[in-house]
Ligand binder design. Sequence first.
Ligand SMILES: Nc1ncnc2c1ncn2[C@@H]1O[C@H](COP(=O)(O)OP(=O)(O)O)[C@@H](O)[C@H]1O
Ligand SMILES: [Mg+2]
Length: 275
Amino acid sequence: MVFPTTKKQEEQLKRISEKMSRIKNKLLVMSGKGGVGKTSVAVNLALALSSKGKSTGILDIDIHGPNVPKMLGIEGTVLYACEDGIEPVRINRSLKAVSIALLTKDQDQPIIWRGPLKTALIKQFLGDVNWGDLDYLIIDAPPGTGDEPLSVCQLLPNLTGAIIVTTPQEVAILDSRKSVMFAQKLNTPVIGIIENMSGFRCPKCGTEIYLFGKDGGQKAAEELNIPFLGRIPMDPEIVKYEDRGKPFIIEREKTEAAKAFFQIVERIQERLENE
Ligand SMILES: Nc1ncnc2c1ncn2[C@@H]1O[C@H](COP(=O)(O)OP(=O)(O)O)[C@@H](O)[C@H]1O
Ligand SMILES: [Mg+2]
């Protein structure tokens, strides 16, 4: 990779602003803690929006653990670069995806990079991908408040906002408070908190079991004075569909979890499209 000179840097920032000005809503999905369901939320949110006819892109900037291609069933696909930029992978008529995992065929090689390289790659993804005109770009970040979400918030002054994913348990909420503070410090609006893995309904007796506690995300949202977007229950089918790269929210739209997802998507749309 060639490090840009100052003039090149300026040109790159101009390209980022041009490309991003063609995207109406740019949303960063983040969380304080890993494994809370960020990528699941990002992928299902993108699938839901595209199923409603919204032209959508999903950008995976989780450099050390890029899971978007697996969940979308495009593992092994390699991004195509032409003279005027990088072509995103088409998932369906209204959904396109880009991930670092699509740069090489070897999915098992860990990426060992430090901050400046990560920032350089994110700049390329924002400035050189031919997304075209989009209604939504969903950006899936790694956990925490490191280089990746920081680069996005700094490079996109007109980022629409951050969506924070948490489980209902204390430790996840403690971490999501940090995500909220991080967004606020960077002047990124917080669209709201999604509580994931909130309760599991026993398939035999129908009793709801609260594996990770109850209502924690909602309480955190109230305490931090930010919107609560809703809760998604645990559903083993989510794991099954994601492992197979099949669109859970589309193929299992009648499940409680898919309905919960769609409700959250509606709340997000109401907030962003009516403004
Ligand atoms: N609501 C849910 N019910 C059941 N499993 C879930 C749910 N949300 C996420 N998962 C599973 O939990 C694991 C972690 O989710 P993932 O989206 O990769 O989290 P993160 O991106 O925050 O690390 C994955 O195996 C995923 O399939
Ligand atoms: Mg993830």
